[in-house]
Design a protein around this ligand. Structure first.
Ligand SMILES: [Zn+2]
Length: 247
C-alpha cells in the first residue's frame, strides 16, 4: 500500500512538473499607455475587460507613465499597449523608453499613437510608421502633411489568414477614422489593408524592434471600433502574439 501511494505520488509530481514545463503561464498583464488625446474611457476599458480571463489591464497616463519604462518597473507588466498621442519627451526619457522595448518588452500600438512624438525620429523605428502633422523630411525624403476623416464605413482586408495575429479572421467592415499619407516602414510585415481612398493602404503591420515583437493597428478611434468583435479579436491576438515571442 505504501509503495502504491509512493508510486501515485511520484506520478503526480512528474506529471505536474511536465505540465509546468510545457505550459507556461498564459496570464498576460497589459499596461496601456494613454495621454495627449481624448477618448471614450468607459467604452475603451470595456473592450480591454472583454479580451479574456487571461488578459488583465492597467492604464497609465503620460507623463507620469514615463516611470513605468524604468528598469525597476518593467517586471510589473508583460505587454505594452500604446493608446497615447503624447509629444513631449526628454532625451533621457527617449533612451529609457526605447531601451525598455529594445530589451524585449512587446508592444501593440493603436490608432493615434501613430501620431505621437513628432520630434523623436526613433519612435518611428519602434512602431514602424508615422503620421505627419506637418510636411516632414524622413530618411532624406519629404512627405506632405497627412489627413484624416472621421466616421467612415470601410472594408478591412486580411493580408494572410495564416498569420497568428489575423488567424480566424476574414475581411470585415469597420466604422472608423482613416488616416491618409502616413509613413509605413518598408520592412514591416503587412497584416491589414484597405481600398478606402481616404486611407493609406496598409493599416496594420508587425515588426521586430530589438528583442521585442511589435504590432501596430491604425484603427481604433471610438466606440464603434471598440465594440467591433473583429477588432477585439485582432487586438487579443496581437497581444498574445507579441507576448508569446519565443515562448
Ligand atoms: Zn482618432
Amino acid at each position: 500500500m505504501k509503495k502504491l501511494l509512493l508510486l501515485l505520488f511520484f506520478i503526480f509530481i512528474t506529471s505536474f512538473n511536465f505540465y509546468s514545463a510545457t505550459t507556461p503561464s498564459k496570464h498576460i498583464r497589459i499596461l496601456v499607455i494613454t495621454g495627449g488625446h481624448d477618448y471614450n474611457v468607459d467604452q475603451f476599458n470595456q473592450m480591454l475587460a472583454s479580451l479574456g480571463d487571461n488578459i488583465s489591464y492597467q492604464v497609465s497616463e503620460l507623463p507620469a507613465a514615463y516611470d513605468m519604462f524604468l528598469p525597476g518597473n518593467r517586471s510589473k507588466y508583460d505587454v505594452l499597449v500604446f493608446y497615447h498621442m503624447w509629444q513631449t519627451i526628454t532625451e533621457e526619457q527617449e533612451n529609457i523608453l526605447s531601451d525598455c522595448i529594445r530589451q524585449g518588452k512587446p508592444l501593440v500600438a493603436l490608432h493615434h499613437s501613430i501620431c505621437a512624438f513628432d520630434d523623436w525620429p526613433e519612435y518611428t523605428n519602434i512602431i514602424g510608421g508615422k503620421y505627419f502633422h506637418k510636411p516632414t523630411i524622413l530618411n532624406g525624403k519629404e512627405y506632405p502633411a497627412c489627413s484624416y476623416i472621421h466616421d467612415l464605413n470601410f472594408r478591412v482586408r486580411i493580408v494572410n489568414p495564416e498569420n497568428p495575429v489575423t488567424k480566424g479572421l476574414t475581411d470585415f467592415e469597420i466604422f472608423d477614422e482613416t488616416y491618409k499619407g502616413f509613413y509605413v516602414e518598408e520592412t514591416v510585415t503587412p497584416l491589414l489593408t484597405t481600398d478606402e481612398p481616404s486611407s493609406t493602404s496598409i493599416i496594420g503591420w508587425s515588426k521586430m524592434y530589438g528583442k521585442a515583437r511589435i504590432v501596430t493597428l491604425q484603427s481604433g478611434h471610438d466606440t464603434q471600433t471598440f465594440e467591433n468583435p473583429n477588432y477585439r479579436k485582432l487586438l487579443r491576438q496581437a497581444i498574445e502574439w507579441v507576448y508569446n515571442n519565443g515562448k
